[in-house]
Design a protein around this ligand. Structure first.
Ligand code: GLN
Length: 454
């Protein structure tokens, strides 16, 4: 009974922007007839999943939770969603998210924030953030509205919402999942990945979502490993590094305790624990918040009122006025902030001081990881520096919001696979996540450690 959420409660979470029950029913029927005919079932036969609204879905409105894409119905299917349908899954609907995937709380959505199904046990009934940007995905799974969903992760948007809602999610190595048909935020960082209730479901979903795609120039031309088949929580012979720079100032004692608990669990699974250093960690956030907005300002130039969605054409307006009016009306404040930062750091006088510098820092951060891999196979850290915060709490302070990404952005800058799994509850009874980071292409190692922590 605990898993049954009333329809009215489900709607109140505001997790779905569009509902597509017919799509899910068709997949279920196909699975039924295959079963009746004694045919082999596809890996996701009949599984009803949620699709983050960043994925273009043929014939189904896709807005990236922005007014500027209102009225846009893609005439094509993203590679990842297409692969999921090929694997037998069906779509329950399009999931709410932070607008253009910019945010950590789902509050930048143009269609209202998502509410986490969790409440603090120690009083204070303030509605909580489901995390972001894949907050519709995390809330829907945590509330048992769907068993799995897609997410995307540019600087933590799969891992942080998974941590906030007590579910699992993995961002694979950059290039594993095609970006074709995924609305672009910061192309050198964007990766799709699965979110689900446990590690095994994530492995099954990720297998269906991954694979080479000639339509994405950064797609890796590699076979998809059989992650689910090779899952093992036995970590004997594995060395797990604990990066000392992740012990940030003012880290709550319960996050520290969670981390120690994770260390003990991994030891129980046979892993050897070693301390490692990632000396440039403190520069990751500033570098990320230069590179991601720079790429976003370029990617979002395409929303001009001509090609997609919204057009605001005031009386007597010329083309220039139409661009300005459309973008003023269509983008939310956080998106505008990113575009302004991005155009500033890319402008002629400041490019070297900010953008070039940030790219150099990115290289140093990637090298930190390379050096760490000389003494360990995986890294264990907390996923976020806190449990879910109340909606509205950080809205007026963008920097406080950005700081929530402190543990997730370094691996994003380095393109490495990283996963969040539930680690326990804080004093208020809210879920906390543990993050495992792996070497490039070692999703297996990450998933195995995730299983050991489960
Ligand atoms: N919170 C980060 C940001 O706002 C990460 C978002 C993401 O991974 N899409 O940029």
């Amino acid at each position: 009974d605990a898993f049954i959420v009333k329809v009215s409660q489900a709607k109140a979470l505001n997790a779905f922007l569009v509902e597509t029950p017919d799509h899910a029913i068709a997949a279920a029927k196909e699975a039924d007839s295959a079963r009746a005919a004694g045919e082999a079932l596809k890996p996701l036969a009949g599984v009803p999943i949620g699709m983050k609204d960043l994925f273009c879905t043929k014939g189904v409105a896709s807005t990236a939770a922005s007014h500027i894409l209102e009225g846009f119905t893609p005439p094509y299917e993203s590679t990842v969603s297409g692969k999921l349908w090929d694997a037998g899954a069906g779509m329950l609907g399009k999931l709410n998210m932070d607008q253009f995937a910019m945010g950590s709380s789902n509050e930048t959505s143009a269609f209202g924030n998502v509410i986490s199904p969790w409440r603090r046990a120690d009083g204070g009934n303030a509605p909580l953030a489901p995390g972001g940007s894949s907050g519709g995905s995390s809330a829907a799974i945590a509330a048992r509205l769907c068993p799995a969903a897609t997410g995307t992760d540019t600087g933590g948007s799969i891992r942080q919402p998974a941590a906030f809602t007590g579910i699992s999610g993995i961002k694979p190595t950059y290039g594993r999942c095609s970006r074709w048909g995924v609305v672009a935020f910061a192309s050198s960082l964007d990766q799709a990945g699965p979110m689900a209730r446990d590690v095994r479901d994530c492995a099954i979903m990720l297998e269906a979502m991954s694979g080479f795609d000639p339509k994405d120039a950064t797609s890796l031309e590699l076979d998809v490993p059989k992650w689910e088949q090779s899952l093992s929580g036995n970590l004997r012979g594995k060395r797990v590094g604990i990066p000392k720079e992740y012990r940030v100032d003012n880290m709550p004692a319960e996050i520290d305790a969670l981390w120690q608990q994770g260390i003990d669990w991994l030891k129980d699974a046979g892993a050897e624990i070693v301390e490692v250093s990632l000396p440039h960690t403190k520069y990751a956030l500033p570098a990320y918040y230069i590179i991601a907005p720079a790429e976003a300002s370029s990617n979002l130039a395409r929303y001009d009122g001509v090609r997609y969605g919204l057009r605001d054409l005031p009386d007597g307006a010329n083309l220039q006025d139409m661009y300005a009016a459309t973008r003023a009306a269509g983008f939310g404040p956080e998106v505008k902030r990113r575009i302004l930062i991005g155009t500033y750091v890319l402008s002629a006088g400041f490019y070297d001081a900010y953008y070039t510098q940030a790219q150099k820092v990115r290289t140093l951060i990637a090298r930190d990881f390379d050096r760490a891999w000389e003494s360990c196979d995986l890294l264990l850290t907390p996923t976020a520096p806190s449990a879910a915060f109340a909606l509205g709490e950080k809205l007026a302070d963008p920097l406080a919001m950005y700081l929530n990404d402190v543990f997730t952005v370094p691996s994003s800058l380095a393109g490495l696979p990283a996963m969040s799994v539930p680690g326990g509850l804080d004093m208020g009874g809210l879920p906390l996540g543990l993050q495992i980071i792996g070497k490039a292409l070692d999703e297996q190692g990450v998933l195995n450690a995730g299983l050991a922590l489960e």
